[in-house]
Design a binder for this molecule. Structure first.
Ligand SMILES: [Zn+2]
Length: 267
């Protein structure tokens, strides 16, 4: 559960983010506050990653991530297959994960309340990089997700998940239109996260006035991470034109995921 003080802070944040989500371009909202900068940071990272020309290899996406980590003085490791592990500043039990591989050519443009481009999984990477600036958690950027969850399999098989991590949040995208809101996965195959964590997510979403759609059947790195990290969940934003260079996503949905995950980091 979040404390009242924290919830209040998040609600204030919420209003500024909604204003931003409804703006046509980034420059329409005049606000120099920290919250606005956080959101601007998300879309800046998404744009940069979406434009990186790396259809077959994660190399340039990894280089971008490493450059950002150096800029914010975060320590990282790269394993033999190329997964990137970001170490927390202080002890943390939470790991956030997104994948670095892409399935189509680079592209990005802003389209009113949506963004269009090669967004899978630039969205997950952008949200995590933006959160890393001011939050304490483990990060895992994986290789080969689209080629059979190769990076997460390697990390779990070789016991590379940091000890002490007991919650994982995977951020990815989905071609399945939800009935309402952000797609929330709390089970993978026959394994499911604890009721406690699900309740925490539901309460955070309520406090933010964000609709979440409980879903099952996701095939993403969470399918593998849950073998090692019992409390693994995933958020997926709905993407039109899935696995093309013109994937389309609502800005609001991306911001909603950012806010929920930030809420999880405050518990
Ligand atoms: Zn993906």
């Amino acid at each position: 559960m979040t404390s009242k003080k924290k919830v209040f802070k998040i609600i204030n944040f919420n209003k500024k983010l909604e204003k931003y989500a409804n703006s046509k371009t980034f420059s329409v909202v005049e606000d120099s506050g920290f919250e606005y900068k956080s959101v601007e940071r998300i879309f800046d990272h998404i744009e940069k990653v979406a434009k990186i020309p790396s259809v077959l290899s994660e190399y340039f996406v990894r280089e971008y991530i490493i450059k950002q980590l150096k800029l914010i003085n975060r320590t990282y490791r790269v394993d033999k297959v190329g997964n990137v592990y970001v170490l927390p500043k202080n002890e943390s039990k939470v790991l956030l994960s997104a994948h670095m591989d892409k399935q189509a050519k680079p592209n990005y443009y802003d389209s009113d309340s949506s963004i269009v481009g090669k967004l899978d999984d630039a969205i997950g990477i952008g949200i995590i990089l933006a959160l890393l600036k001011n939050n304490n958690f483990h990060g895992l950027f994986t290789i080969g997700e689209e080629r059979g969850l190769l990076g997460s399999k390697y990390a779990v098989k070789n016991d590379l998940i940091p000890s002490g991590v007991d919650k994982a949040v995977v951020i990815d995208v989905s071609p399945r239109p939800p009935k309402k809101g952000v797609q929330f996965y709390s089970s993978f195959n026959n394994k499911r996260a604890s009721i406690n964590l699900v309740e925490i997510v539901v309460n955070i979403a309520k406090s933010l006035n964000v609709n979440i759609q409980p879903m099952s059947g996701a095939i993403n790195d969470g399918t593998i991470l849950i073998r090692k990290i019992k409390d693994t969940i995933a958020f997926e934003s709905y993407i039109d034109n899935f696995h093309s260079s013109n994937e389309c996503c609502q800005k609001k949905e991306i911001i909603d995921i950012y806010r929920i995950v930030e809420g999880i980091l405050t518990i």
